[in-house]
Design a protein around this ligand. Structure first.
Ligand SMILES: CSc1ccc(CNCCO)cc1
Length: 408
């Protein structure tokens, strides 16, 4: 036995000195030596050492006060790993707005979370009153943690022609309890009339890829890119609902929000969007080919290839393309077929009634379609009409990005 060479794993229990070593060692003739090193991660903390001694030897449990100071340390170390926030639709599901706290003390603004762009910009104390009337604004002067980014500017024009521009601060941004201390907050010095008229919308929170952030001279990270490394999983999910509130989650998949399996497709991030391919679509049983487009929470309708829109409305009696309205219209009494697309091997169905988007004007008997052709848009866009038909996962692990779609 004595001459036996055995390798023994010797564990020095983590103790006062915080040393924790597990080292294989050789025993020759019953003697051995082992070197040990201080744990570089260890942060000395007397109360914690006392707390551990009570746990190890104490005849009585640790005093409550000692426990709180130790628990506090444990909490401080544990990162906030997921967050959830309710998002509320505007009239006709034109957009969904989500409360976000900015600055210290927190100033709450309702932002349009937009996976089709990558800037967090807000109405601000620098936006002329004629343009910000009716809006909540961010006032950096009232935030003790706001820091101006001198010389940084931004200017954006969106696909619908709306626009805004201004300067840049960094400040604390909190979404559903997830907080990033130095988020680029782009304050508007001007906004176009389309934004002024959306009086419940106080700005946008971009969830596209940071590569297309508009800040000059240096592009800034989106909120998601900033918090991603703190999250349980590098993803966010959206559950928009037809004419009722939904949720955005960051860092976890809440399985109660979907019924079917999540089917994933690879995302091509080259143009800064969540670009994916639906391998086929069907309308009233007729099967069509693949559709490549972007998943865009900031666009209301589904703007599909013109051939697909044409194929869809060929199944709607009395539907026609009305140049004066810029899209397909039909009698509001029409019962519209579902639109089904296959992504990642799973089928998602946009119910026909979601595609009966709205009367041309209140009370009109002619309605405008929730599916339209993308002529002149430049992108194929799976907007809110498509997204609210599913539970959608936007995952970016760093080297690959994926989008997952599930029934709900
Ligand atoms: C005027 S309300 C408005 C809301 C969002 C946007 C950006 N969405 C398009 C790109 O996703 C533009 C205008």
């Amino acid at each position: 036995m004595r001459n036996m060479i055995a390798s023994v794993f010797v564990l020095f229990a983590a103790g006062f000195s915080g040393l924790a070593n597990a080292v294989p060692l050789q025993i020759n003739n019953g003697t051995f030596s082992v070197t040990t090193h201080p744990n570089p991660e260890f942060v000395a903390h007397g109360p914690t050492a006392m707390y551990k001694a009570y746990l190890k030897y104490g005849k009585t449990p640790p005093p409550a006060l000692l426990r709180t100071v130790t628990d506090y340390r444990a909490q401080k170390k544990a990162k906030r790993e997921s967050g959830s926030v309710v998002t509320t639709p505007e009239v006709l599901d034109q957009a969904w707005l989500t409360p976000v706290q900015i600055g210290t003390p927190g100033q709450t603004l309702n932002l349009d979370f937009d996976s089709g762009s990558s800037d967090l910009w807000v109405f601000s104390s620098s936006t002329p009153a004629s343009q910000s009337r009716g809006h909540s604004v961010f006032s950096p002067g009232k935030s003790s943690t706001a820091k101006e980014s001198p010389g940084y500017t931004w200017s954006i024009t969106y696909g619908d022609g709306s626009s805004s521009s201004g300067t840049v601060y960094t400040d604390v941004v909190d979404v559903g309890g997830l907080s990033f201390p130095s988020q680029a907050v782009e304050t508007a010095n001007r906004v176009s009339p389309e934004f002024t008229q959306e009086t419940n919308l106080d700005g946008l929170l971009g969830l596209g890829f940071s590569t297309i952030n508009a800040v000059k001279p240096t592009a800034q990270n989106t909120f998601f890119d900033n918090i991603k490394s703190d999250l349980n999983q590098p993803l966010w999910t959206v559950d928009l609902k037809h004419q009722e509130p939904g949720t955005y989650n960051f860092g976890n998949i809440n399985s109660s929000l979907h019924t079917g399996e999540i089917h994933y497709a690879i995302v091509n991030t080259r143009r800064g969007f969540w670009t994916f391919t639906a391998t086929s679509y069907s309308v009233g049983g007729a099967i069509g080919g693949s559709i490549t487009g972007i998943a865009d929470t900031g666009t209301t309708l589904a703007l599909l290839p013109t051939a697909v829109a044409k194929a869809y409305y060929s199944k709607v009696p009395d539907a026609l393309y009305d140049n004066s309205q810029g899209g397909y219209v039909f009698p509001c009494a029409a019962s519209l077929p579902d639109f089904t697309f296959t992504v990642g091997g799973g089928e998602i169905t946009i119910p026909g009634n979601y595609i009966n988007y709205a009367p041309l004007t209140p009370g009109s008997k002619t309605c405008f379609g929730g599916i339209q052709g993308n002529t002149g848009i430049g992108e194929v866009i799976f907007g809110d009409v498509a997204l609210k038909s599913a539970f959608v996962v936007f995952e970016n692990s760093g080297d690959t990005a994926r989008i997952g779609w599930a029934k709900k």
